[in-house]
Design a protein around this ligand. Structure first.
Ligand code: GLU
Length: 446
């Protein structure tokens, strides 16, 4: 199972009845990982047989959500491929033909416009799931509620549309899918699908069901736990790289303590056999940690492109500065901020003085005592942080009972409006002498 074969073909088969949510993104990602790990193919198939709830807009959002996560597909409705069409609504003839064949062979019967597959008793429809192991089921288990009658399987509904269990079998077979990787809520459908594979005389693919994703309260992840669609995370400032990394760790680990990885690294390390059965818990702290690590590791200009939109959204005039200045500002932040949005909030003072004024009004400050200090600071021939700090230190030691923070804190507030910032002399150097002068003068400190 751990051997690499390049004929692996897997698929993600969303119904376009909503945005790409965490569970769907997770399933898509595990399929992608398995395809890339094996140099196989990742197929996108749109299961749009629910004509009322399916829309082209949702299909688009699902696709762009996948693109955002970095999950590229090799065959799909937009790019085609050798086994299309890739939208179920365009495959109705295929479903009809096989259903007629089953009727002709006496394996299915008509009930009005519908076609129903006959379930024969005494059939072993057990299977070995790559993740969940042996699942024992007899066809006798498929009974009508509170009845002895075996429950036959509707394959074509009276409106002419195929049912999920039937269409998925026809498609997985005709698209040459080798591994069906999907949420564990489909385990109970698998035996029915196996019956259909057999009736059609087709080889049954391998199955790997993925553990459920729970909120921290151990309940199935839902809106109550916060954002459930992938795009909400983008809008909160999470990076696609970290979202990818985080989702990959829901129910899988590389085996050592390695938790931060890129897509190619994850694809190399991924093993279906290492997926756990235990439900995975969606832990925001972990997502934040992962996002922070990815933000830190980014190229400064790429990091800037992540943060800039949030400054703009906050109404800050980014175009007053060079990209170099802005990117260096973020480098100075040295990993502060767990998301691009937080990073933008924590560093807004580099972009503009306005938010500083809004946060701090210098109330209760002994300005007369501070003024000579700032005057001395501005007499520095060089506007370099080492030099500024040296001046500050000698000033403090010349004042009876004075401490560095008595001067550094007002300086920090006047420049940033915040209690916490990177080294304040480094901030001052980076902002430049003139900008610092403007801010200190505004507060009457110079
Ligand atoms: N359209 C089904 C779903 O979204 C696909 C299930 C499967 O992968 O077989 O749940």
């Amino acid at each position: 199972m751990t051997e690499k074969t390049d004929n692996v073909r897997v698929r993600f088969a969303p119904s376009p009845t909503g945005a790409l949510h965490i569970g769907g993104g997770h399933t898509a990602l595990f399929n992608w990982l398995w395809a890339r790990h094996n140099n196989g193919k990742f197929i996108l198939r749109i299961e749009d047989t629910d004509l009322v709830r399916s829309t082209k807009e949702y299909e688009q959002t699902i696709m762009s959500g996948m693109v955002w996560l970095g999950l590229d597909w090799d065959e799909g409705p937009d790019i085609g491929g050798n086994y299309g069409p890739y939208r179920q609504s365009e495959r109705l003839d295929i479903y009809r033909d096989y259903a007629e064949k089953l009727v002709a062979e006496g394996k299915a019967y008509r009930d009005g416009e519908a076609i129903i597959f006959k379930v024969e008793p005494g059939q072993d429809i057990s299977f070995k799931d790559i993740v969940y192991g042996q699942i024992d089921v007899m066809s006798d288990g498929l009974r009508e509620k509170d009845s002895d009658k075996l429950k036959d399987i509707v394959i074509i509904k009276s409106d002419g549309m195929p049912t999920y269990n039937y269409a998925v079998v026809v498609d997985d077979h005709s698209m040459k899918i080798t591994h069906v990787i999907r949420g564990e809520d489909h385990i109970s459908n698998t035996p029915k699908q196996i019956l259909l594979y057999r009736a059609l005389g087709w080889e049954v693919p391998e199955f790997a069901h993925l553990p459920m994703i729970l909120g921290r309260d151990k309940k199935k992840l839902s809106k109550r736990h916060g954002a459930t669609s992938i795009y909400e995370y983008r809008d909160m400032g999470y990076m696609p790289d970290s979202m990818f990394n985080f989702l990959a760790l829901l129910g899988w680990s590389a085996g050592d303590d390695k938790e931060i990885f890129t897509r190619p690294e994850a694809a190399e390390l991924f093993e279906l056999s290492r997926v756990t059965r235990k439900a995975a818990v969606f832990d925001f702290d972990k997502l934040n940690y992962i996002n922070q690590e990815h933000l830190k590791a980014l190229d400064p200009m790429v990091r800037l492109s992540m943060v800039k939109p949030f400054w703009i959204e906050a109404g800050l005039q980014v175009d007053k500065h060079s990209d170099k200045y802005l990117a260096d500002s973020l480098t100075l932040m040295a990993g502060r901020g767990r998301t691009a949005k937080e990073m933008a909030e924590f560093s807004d003072y580099f972009v503009s003085f306005e938010p500083v004024k809004a946060r701090w009004n210098a109330e209760g400050l002994d300005k007369e005592k501070l003024k000579p200090f700032f005057k001395a600071l501005f007499e520095s021939p060089e506007w370099k942080h080492e030099k500024l700090e040296e001046i500050a230190r000698s000033w403090v030691s010349s004042q009876e009972g004075a401490k560095m923070k008595d001067y550094a804190m007002p300086l920090r507030f006047a420049l940033t409006g915040m209690k916490v910032s990177p080294g304040i002399f480094e901030v001052a150097e980076h902002m430049g002498r003139e900008e610092c002068e403007t801010r200190l003068k505004y507060y009457g400190l110079l």
